[in-house]
Design a protein around this ligand. Structure first.
Ligand code: ATP
Length: 343
């Protein structure tokens, strides 16, 4: 890619939200024919607070994961940022624009990809949508051809560009969606569940591609996903929202360390060992052994000492040391709703 990212342009906030709030007001339809008729005469409205005074900034070139349980307000936040929805209250500035003004100059610099929705025309090849985007965004022929060639190569979709979209697989379609979203060279990419429904190979391909786009173009990425592998692969920072409120904003590592300050250790031996020789002591829990393997959890500070002991008590063939599973941490955090701030 030619639009090489300059490291010096980092640490510039491109997104700034202060007290960002979105309340949906919707018409509540009553059930049944009688209810529908009553609704015609007397409409009742309900409101739902979907995003509740969230404040954050995102710097140019960051890749940030937006996490939270179903209905937490993630998609609403992305829609506010991309200007699909008006802000109810609070302030929001993206690249110096008010997103909901939907100015052409703004739309030219962002892209929104929703894993559940398609922006490609179903009955024609993806190239037709790309050509439409060329006109919509006023791309010159050279820039368009170069971007198409670069993206097609990175995504390995050269052979798919002229195939009717309805005839490609889900994974192939997602690659083409990403291509359509990026052909105009946006500076910010909003992604809502970009790997939903894809198989493991396609997921990995999409993740690698996004990491490459971020690295090569310096594209700022805000991504929601329920797949923690996406988040681990792409994001060093995560924002967790629950019930519309921002409950955590910080490093993924810090979150893991704070939530589960322990290492999970699994030692496998070539022949049977006596697990009772392990002087586990303070900071070590869950010691379990079947003779050939020993598993345990250990505080970070004691990890060195315990690993040393494990290597001495028998002929070691494998030693696996891991942080707690992020998936598990998220499940625990969401179950302990409202206490994320303590993590
Ligand atoms: N158009 C709408 N009208 C009324 N309420 C809405 C609308 N869209 C979303 N909501 C409500 O706003 C809240 C936040 O929804 P949102 O789609 O932003 O959540 P989410 O975190 O993206 O969830 P998921 O992980 O399930 O996609 C939910 O309670 C949802 O029911």
């Amino acid at each position: 890619m030619t639009n090489t990212f300059e490291a010096s342009s980092r640490r510039l906030p491109v997104i700034a939200a202060t007290g960002l709030t979105k309340t949906y007001t919707f018409h509540k339809q009553q059930a049944g024919l009688a209810g529908a008729l009553r609704s015609l005469v007397r409409r009742t409205y309900e409101t739902r607070l979907a995003v509740d005074e969230i404040t954050f900034t995102i710097d140019r070139g960051e890749v940030v994961g937006l996490l939270g349980p179903n209905g937490a307000g993630k998609t609403t936040t992305l829609k506010l940022l991309s200007g699909l929805l008006y802000v109810t209250s609070g302030e929001l500035e993206v690249l110096g624009f008010t997103p909901s003004d939907r100015k052409h100059d703004y739309l030219r610099r962002i892209a929104l990809v929703m894993g559940q929705k398609t922006m490609l025309w179903w009955d024609v090849p993806a190239m037709e949508t790309l050509l439409l985007h060329k006109d919509m965004y006023g791309l010159g022929a050279k820039e368009f051809d170069r971007n198409v060639a670069e993206l097609a190569e990175l995504l390995e979709v050269q052979d798919l560009l002229n195939v009717q979209v309805r005839k490609v697989s889900l994974g192939e379609r997602m690659k083409l969606e990403l291509m359509a979203a990026l052909v105009h060279g946006p500076e910010i990419l909003f992604l809502d569940e970009p790997t939903i429904g894809l198989d493991v190979v396609a997921k990995a391909r999409v993740r690698t591609f996004l990491a490459e786009v971020n690295k090569l173009r310096g594209t700022t990425i805000l991504v929601t996903s329920h797949d923690m592998d996406d988040i681990e692969a792409l994001c060093s920072r995560v924002m967790i929202i629950d019930d519309g409120r921002l409950q955590y904003d910080g490093g993924l590592d810090e979150l893991v360390h704070a939530a589960r300050p322990r290492k999970l250790v699994r030692a496998t031996y070539a022949s049977e060992v006596d697990g009772s020789r392990l002087a586990a002591g303070e900071g070590v829990t869950g010691v379990d052994t079947d003779g050939l393997t020993i598993t345990l959890e250990v505080d970070r500070e004691r990890a060195g000492d315990v690993l040393g002991q494990l290597t001495r008590i028998g002929p070691l063939v494998d030693l696996d040391v891991a942080d707690a599973d992020i998936e598990e941490i998220m499940r625990d955090l969401f179950l302990r709703r409202g206490t994320l701030g303590d993590a």
